[in-house]
Design a protein around this ligand. Structure first.
Ligand code: PLP
Length: 404
């Protein structure tokens, strides 16, 4: 398998676009990635040719759609080394974490401890805060070093007999830091805790094997993985999912319902109440098929080269502060520009056709940790080019002149 960025780009119709009369330079893939034609066509094809509700029909279209939906589940399972019944479709990474928190919460009591880190996205903070508010569980925060690395010794010290859950990001959406998931899982398990990884960013940039990591739960969303919005994945070890109560009630998640008694379906259907994201699951399956045709290792190396190129292009500038310089990190560059609000930086870059994100990145505790109220973020995907990296450096240098 070879990796050729121009061949990759040809699969993404939107990359032909111009913005403000300039070629689009899309550096916001960590927020949401663009979609290859294979995904767009798979979803259109389903709507044009074979669409009905799943699981409940006896006619041809219902059967075909159910087959496509369940085939998507098998693709996801194979993609991360899981069993088919260990994959729950949700509406996003956020919902997947909420589902776990609500379910695990049923087994927790006041004084039990949950460890998160300072580099979490709000999606992996707020659901645990709910348990703090509702049950009186204690949230403990694993610190991050100035470089943007999770402090493993401090994390180890937080673990104790009352630790019930460890919920950590596998890769920070702000710092780019990739955390040592396998080591973290081992440490959490030695303390008798369950471990959940937020893989929304990591899954995009590296092959994931949930069994090798030994995660109890691993979550991610489809739209960052070149798939559609409205679909997320909760992986849970079979025995962990079996121990969770239902999340939402409705059709398809039951065993039997009568006036005074109810039983529930086994996982994964127990957690998929109502009509699920059918087209989105099919689209995610197509994204995974498309990714299977790429040399993912070469793609990650390519992304990293772009990051290094930008980093070199911006080195030595006294008006720029980079947040997150972990030795082991993905291709995400978060930064502040002296004298400028990140929103203004992003807006000026947009005039040059360069799309970056700016704000708190749904990571307010991390912003506070680094003493900033916001930052700008350029995130690189496998379809970005060296010319785009250079265009970003040039546009940023011009943008800075507005604030100098
Ligand atoms: N976790 C991380 C690390 C993220 O970057 C994001 C999205 O930015 C999420 C969770 C939430 O994902 P979603 O909005 O797709 O539910």
């Amino acid at each position: 398998m070879t990796f050729d960025v121009e061949t990759v780009r040809a699969d993404f119709p939107i990359l032909q676009r111009q913005v403000h009369g300039r070629p689009l330079v899309y550096l916001d893939s960590a927020a949401s990635a663009q979609k290859p034609r294979a995904v767009i066509e798979a979803m259109s094809r389903a709507m044009e040719h074979s669409y009905a509700n799943v699981h409940r029909g006896l006619h041809t279209l219902a059967n075909e759609t159910t087959d496509a939906y369940e085939a998507a589940r098998r693709k996801v399972a194979a993609f991360i080394g899981a069993g088919e019944t260990e994959i729950v479709f949700t509406k996003g990474g956020t919902e997947a974490i909420n589902l776990v928190a609500a379910g695990v919460g049923a087994h927790l009591q006041a004084g039990d401890e949950i460890i998160v880190s300072e580099m979490e996205h709000h999606a992996n903070i707020v659901p645990w805060h709910f348990l703090r508010e509702r049950l009186g569980v204690v949230l403990k925060w694993a610190p991050v070093t100035d470089e943007g690395v999770l402090d493993l010794e401090a994390f180890q010290r937080l673990l104790g007999p009352r630790t019930k859950v460890v919920a950590l990001t596998h890769m920070s959406n702000v710092l780019g830091t990739i955390n040592p998931a396998q080591d973290l899982a081992r440490m959490a398990h030695e303390a008798g805790a369950l471990v959940l990884f937020d893989g929304c960013q990591a899954i995009v940039h590296k092959p994931i094997d949930v069994k090798a990591i030994d995660a109890d739960f691993y979550v991610f969303s489809g739209h960052k993985l070149y798939g559609p919005t409205g679909i997320g994945i909760l992986y849970g070890k079979a025995e962990r999912l079996a121990a969770l109560p239902p999340y939402q009630g409705g059709g398809e998640m039951i065993g039997e319902v009568s006036q005074d008694r109810i039983t529930y379906a086994d996982p994964p259907h127990r957690f998929e109440a109502g009509t699920p994201p059918i087209l989105e699951a099919i689209g995610l399956g197509a994204a995974i098929d498309w990714l299977a045709g790429q040399d993912r290792l070469a793609a990650a190396e390519h992304e990293h080269r772009l990051y290094e190129r930008v980093r070199d292009g911006l080195s030595g500038l006294n008006w720029l502060k980079v947040i997150g310089e972990a030795p082991h990190k993905g291709a995400i560059l978060s930064f502040t520009v002296d004298g400028a609000h990140a929103h203004d930086v992003a807006q000026i870059l947009d005039r040059y056709g360069v799309a970056v994100r700016a704000g708190t990145h749904c990571a307010e505790p991390l912003m506070k940790r680094f003493g900033v109220t916001s930052s700008a973020r350029a995130s690189f995907a496998l379809y970005n080019t060296e010319d785009e990296a250079d265009a970003f450096v040039e546009a940023l240098t011009k943008a800075q002149a507005f604030f100098a």
